[in-house]
Design a protein around this ligand. Structure first.
Ligand SMILES: C[S@@+](CC[C@H](N)C(=O)[O-])C[C@H]1O[C@@H](n2cnc3c(N)ncnc32)[C@H](O)[C@@H]1O
Length: 208
């Protein structure tokens, strides 16, 4: 099998193909609707692993919020900046971007942790807690599987995937300083030839 690629290399290669396969997720849209219900007007939102900007940054800017999208893939950032001109996008690894404490009303992390080690995923959740104001909200999604460093192929790209089971991931979010308000699990079939259903889990949490 080929060497696993970095997140930047995988998503540079996928570009808008990722959006075509995944942006139709009703559960992702429902999670955004839930976030919109708890946001104050003109909220400041950080979108970690912002991808093509759709649906997350677009939905939030359309609702009058200010979005900073951060993504390590130059191709994804270029697409997002074009598709969602009302948001700001930065091409950098989220762990290397200096951000002020308590400076956001909400943080989104939709499917952006899966190419990180378990320790790195915990670090990003703590980072989300640090940059959120107390009482701010975290909208999060992952593929809840108990796997560590498993080699596979994602949309034709060699990848190494790490994740947690549902309970373990929920506990990790709580340990990072959050109260989990809701947890929705579903099976999603990406719009790809011969795709099989894959588990997804969406959490809405509040910084304690
Ligand atoms: C599976 S895609 C999801 C994109 C978007 N959140 C969505 O749900 O449509 C994951 C995104 O996270 C980005 N990403 C992965 N690791 C990252 C990191 N350390 N810092 C910033 N972005 C990262 C990838 O480049 C990719 O665009």
């Amino acid at each position: 099998m080929s060497e696993p690629r970095t997140a930047a290399a995988v998503f540079d290669a996928l570009g808008t193909d990722y959006e075509e396969a995944f942006a139709g997720s009703a559960a992702h849209r429902a999670s955004l609707e839930q976030l919109l219900e708890v946001l104050p007007p003109h909220a400041r939102v950080l979108d970690i692993g912002s991808g093509t900007g759709r649906p997350t940054a677009l939905t939030l800017t359309d609702a009058g919020h200010t979005v900073l999208g951060v993504d390590v893939s130059p191709v994804m950032v270029e697409i997002a900046a074009r598709q969602v001109p009302g948001a700001e996008f930065r091409c950098v690894d989220i762990r290397e971007l200096p951000l002020e404490d308590s400076s956001f009303d909400a943080v989104c992390v939709y499917f952006a942790l899966l190419q990180m080690s378990r320790e790195e995923q915990a670090d990003v959740l703590r980072l989300a807690g640090r940059v959120l104001r107390p009482g701010g909200h975290l909208a999060l999604a992952t593929v809840p599987l108990d796997v560590e460093g498993v080699s596979g192929t994602f949309m034709g790209q060699p990848v190494e995937v790490t994740s947690f089971g549902e309970k373990e991931f929920t506990a990790l979010v709580e340990e990072a300083g959050f109260t989990v308000l809701s947890r929705e699990s579903n099976m999603f079939v990406p719009a790809l030839p011969a795709a099989v259903p894959e588990p997804q889990m969406f959490l809405l949490a509040r910084r304690r």
